[in-house]
Design a binder for this molecule. Structure first.
Ligand code: SF4
Length: 83
């Protein structure tokens, strides 16, 4: 049954009312610590101990999807990727 859970939770099939689950990551080699993503979406991004942005949720909450996508588009170095 484990494979069923994996398929059910995958980004290809979604897990909420047929919606897609959004997951993102920050490439810290590209992050220049401008703070845009953290300003736009503080529930998803935060500073780490090295002063760079990182993702603080495994899956983006539905009510934070818009600000997450805005962060992806606004990041000046394209450091944020949907995974
Ligand atoms: S918007 Fe991009 S460059 Fe700026 S803090 Fe976020 S990940 Fe780093």
């Amino acid at each position: 049954m484990k494979w069923r859970a994996a398929v059910h939770n995958s980004k290809y099939f979604g897990n909420r009312l047929g919606g897609m689950t959004l997951k993102v990551s920050v490439d810290q080699d590209l992050c220049i610590a401008c703070g845009t993503c953290i300003d736009l979406c503080p529930g998803v991004f935060d500073w780490d101990d090295e002063g760079l942005s990182h993702v603080i949720v495994e899956e983006v909450p539905e009510d934070a999807e818009d600000c997450t996508r805005e962060s992806i588009e606004s990041c000046p170095t394209d450091a944020i990727k949907e995974i």
